[in-house]
Write a protein that binds this ligand. Structure first.
Ligand code: OAD
Length: 231
């Protein structure tokens, strides 16, 4: 089976009702990003950061995977599909995708501040955390999110996946946040690349990139047809 590597961003979840970050009305228009999503912000006002992610979790429970997530799952019948997502939602998993790597962490997980390897899945009935939340060892916890100013531990594994791709697809990302945006440059020369986004960013002209300037549900439907016709 051909290796189909997908790099998804906030745009793939937009039609499920999850706000993107940088579109008009996006999250960073209403929340100061460096206060709620940076290491400095968390040090300065951890309560505000806990609150921000509590709200994101509450909202996540109200939404469902859309057709774009579901088609990617369905493509597993014909391709070895690896998803690399910048999203912290769990909509790829809920759609049934079996291989999902999160670059920027996961909303439904928290981790110990003393022992970062201790990661806990939150229950739907207990979504809220605060500066007083403790893990089973009595240690304070934080959202399992990669804040700005922090390393991206899953970047290296992602690069290795991209280097093995037979087909690489980018969906719904403004390609402004690094290192995630640089994944494109690790694709082997000549490998077909598709970029689905209704408002696509500039992409390098020396690569084999087909831009599909459509919303994720429409664009992924079109992509699936192209890929299946190529089998
Ligand atoms: P952005 O908000 O920067 O970009 C969203 C992209 O989705 C834009 O290019 C839109 O044109 C596109 N879009 C909007 N509606 C769409 C739809 N229906 N279908 C397809 N695409 C659509 O989001 P990201 O690029 O994912 O990190 O942002 C990257 C990172 O910045 C996030 O992971 C987050 C944020 O700060 C952290 O918080 C660590």
């Amino acid at each position: 089976m051909k290796k189909l590597v997908i790099s998804s961003g906030a745009g793939i979840s937009a039609e499920s009702g999850v706000s993107t970050f940088r579109d008009a009305g996006g999250l960073w228009e209403n929340y100061p990003v460096m206060k709620v999503a940076s290491a400095d912000g968390f040090r300065e006002n951890p309560e505000l950061v806990h609150e921000f992610y509590n709200k994101r979790r509450e909202q996540l429970l109200t939404v469902q995977p859309n057709n774009a997530h579901l088609i990617l799952k369905d493509l597993e019948k014909d391709f070895d599909v690896q998803i690399i997502t910048q999203n912290v939602d769990n909509l790829h998993e809920r759609a049934g995708s079996s291989k999902v790597l999160h670059l920027h962490g996961e909303l439904m997980k928290i981790r110990s501040m003393k022992h970062p390897e201790r990661i806990y899945e939150l229950k739907e009935t207990n979504l809220h955390t605060s500066i007083d939340t403790r893990d089973e060892y009595g240690d304070p916890v934080r959202p399992h999110i990669v804040f700005f100013q922090e390393d991206v531990p899953n970047f290296q594994p992602a690069v290795e996946m991209v280097q093995e791709a037979d087909i690489f697809v980018v969906i719904g990302t403004s390609l402004v946040v690094y290192p995630a945006a640089s994944l494109l440059y690790y694709v082997r020369k000549g490998t077909p690349i598709y970029y689905i986004d209704p408002n696509p960013a500039q992409v390098p002209s020396d690569r084999n990139i087909t831009v599909i300037p459509k919303k994720a549900t429409e664009g992924v439907t079109e992509l699936a047809k192209i890929l299946r016709n190529s089998l």
